[in-house]
Design a protein around this ligand. Structure first.
Ligand SMILES: Cc1ncc(COP(=O)(O)O)c(C=O)c1O
Length: 397
C-alpha cells in the first residue's frame, strides 16, 4: 500500500479539511535527528510543534530534553501543565506575564527569559519592581550568530541580537551579575543561515554554490567566536547551558565544544522547506487533506481552501506543496486561494468530487494555526486525535 492509499484508508470516515500526523514518520525523523546530534541533548522548539500532546510525546523520546518556547504567556501555560525547563527564545515586553513569572515559584524555576541588551534588563526590573514574594528570574543571553563579510556589506542569518563579540557579551553578563533578582543561566547563539537554509535548492546550481560557500565560512567563524564568547561570559555567570543550532545544523553544531545543547523543531514534521538539504532526508509527517469540490475545466481539479501561506519573504516557496497524488501543481495565475484552489497537472484529470488532495505546509508549526486537532496515524489507522494550541484556545502569535 502506498502512502496515499494508507492515508486515504486511515481517514476514510473523516470529512476534509483536516490535518494528520504520521507517527511512524515522526519517530523516524526524531531518531534521525538524535543520530545527527551524536549524544548531545536536543531542546524541542515548540513553535514547530504547536500541539501540547505531540510536544509531550517528543519529550518522552530519548535524546530530547527541555522546550524552546516562543512567547512568555506560552511558557507560563506550558509550565502550569507540568512541562519543565522552558527557554523562551525571543525577548518579551509583556509586563503582565513578567509579573506572573516572578510571583509563581514553579514558573520562575522552570522558565528562562531571553535578553540581548540592558534595556531588556531595565524592562524586566521595572515590570517586577515592588512585588512581594519576588522570585529570581532566569536569563539567557542571545548572541548574534549571523555571518558577515566584506566589512558588513554581506550578511546572512536572522537579525536578532546586537551582541556579537566576547567583550559585548561579557559587558552584558557583568551588568546582569550586578542586579539582584536576575540570574544569567544560559547563552544562545542560533545560526539561522546554516540551520534554516537548505544547501541544495533545486534548479539553482549557482545559488547552491554560494550558500555552501557562505555556510562553510560561517561554520569556521562561529566555532572560534562562540567559544570566545562563552569563555568570556563564564567569568561572570555559572552557565547551565549553551544552546545552538537547529534542524539543519545538528550534525555540525554538535561538534562545537562550547555548545552544550542543540535545538530542533522543524525536523519532526519535516515540512517542504526542509527538503533541500544534502545532509539529511526527512519523512513528511504533518499533512493536511482538502476535498476536491469542482472540475471547472478539463485537466483542472479545484479543492476547498488551501491558502495557508507560510511566514517569511513572500514567494512560491512559502506555499503549501500539493503532495499526493504526486504531480499536481498550482495554476500560476491563482496560486493557493483563500477559499478554493484550482490544481493542474496530469493527476487532476483523474480526481473526482470528494477525493482528497494531501498537502504539506512550507513550514512546520504554522499548520497548527489552521486546525483545531491533529489526527495521529500509525500504519493505516488513526490511533488518536489530539488538540493543537489553537484547539486548546491558545493562539500566542
Ligand atoms: C532560536 C532558535 N533556535 C533554533 C531554531 C530551529 O528551529 P527549527 O529546527 O524548527 O529550524 C529556531 C527557529 O527559528 C530558533 O529561533
Amino acid at each position: 500500500m502506498d502512502d496515499r492509499q494508507r492515508y486515504d484508508r486511515a481517514t476514510a470516515h473523516l470529512e476534509p479539511p483536516f490535518a494528520v500526523l504520521d507517527l511512524a514518520a515522526l519517530r523516524a525523523n526524531a531518531a534521525d535527528m538524535t543520530r545527527r546530534a551524536r549524544g548531545k541533548p536536543i531542546r524541542v522548539a515548540s513553535k514547530s510543534i504547536r500541539s501540547r500532546p505531540v510536544l509531550q510525546r517528543i519529550l518522552a523520546m530519548d535524546g530530547y530534553t527541555g522546550t524552546m518556547a516562543y512567547t512568555l504567556p506560552e511558557a507560563l501555560w506550558l509550565a502550569s501543565t507540568g512541562l519543565r525547563d522552558i527557554l523562551v527564545a525571543y525577548p518579551t515586553a509583556d509586563r503582565t506575564a513578567m509579573t506572573r513569572l516572578t510571583t509563581d515559584p514553579r514558573a520562575a524555576r522552570e522558565i528562562t527569559l531571553m535578553v540581548d541588551r540592558t534595556d531588556h534588563l531595565d524592562l524586566i526590573e521595572t515590570a517586577t519592581a515592588g512585588l512581594r514574594d519576588r522570585h529570581e528570574i532566569r536569563l539567557c543571553l542571545d548572541v548574534d550568530a549571523g555571518y558577515t563579510a566584506l566589512g558588513g556589506r554581506l550578511r546572512a542569518g536572522a537579525l536578532r541580537s546586537p551582541v556579537r563579540d566576547a567583550d559585548q557579551a561579557a559587558d552584558l553578563a557583568a551588568d546582569i551579575a550586578k542586579r539582584p533578582g536576575l540570574r544569567l543561566t544560559g547563552v544562545m547563539a542560533y545560526e539561522a543561515q546554516i540551520a534554516g537554509v537548505g544547501d541544495d535548492p533545486p534548479g539553482h546550481p549557482l545559488t547552491a554554490r554560494a550558500i555552501r560557500w557562505m555556510q562553510a565560512r560561517s561554520r569556521r567563524e562561529l566555532i572560534l567566536r562562540r567559544g570566545r564568547i562563552v569563555q568570556a561570559v563564564r567569568q561572570f555567570a555559572d552557565l547551565e547551558f549553551v544552546n545552538g543550532g537547529g534542524t539543519g545544523s545538528l550534525a555540525t553544531t554538535t561538534r562545537e565544544k562550547a555548545v552544550t545543547e542543540l535545538t530542533a523543531g522543524s525536523g519532526f514534521y519535516h515540512p517542504r522547506l526542509f527538503d533541500f538539504y544534502r545532509g539529511f532526508t526527512g519523512r513528511p509527517a504533518a499533512l493536511f487533506a482538502l476535498p476536491v469540490v469542482r472540475r471547472p475545466a478539463p485537466g483542472v481539479a479545484t479543492v476547498l481552501g488551501g491558502g495557508y501561506t507560510a511566514s517569511g519573504t513572500p514567494g512560491p516557496d512559502r506555499l503549501p506543496q500539493p503532495y499526493l497524488p504526486c504531480g499536481l501543481r498550482y495554476d500560476p495565475r491563482e496560486g493557493a486561494g483563500e477559499v478554493q484552489t484550482p490544481l493542474i497537472g496530469q493527476p487532476a484529470e483523474d480526481l473526482r468530487l470528494g477525493d482528497r488532495v494531501w498537502f504539506r505546509h512550507a513550514k512546520a508549526g504554522e499548520l497548527c494555526e489552521r486546525f483545531a486537532t491533529l489526527h495521529l496515524i500509525d500504519g493505516d489507522e488513526i490511533v488518536d486525535e489530539v488538540p493543537t494550541y489553537r484547539g486548546e484556545g491558545r493562539t500566542f502569535l
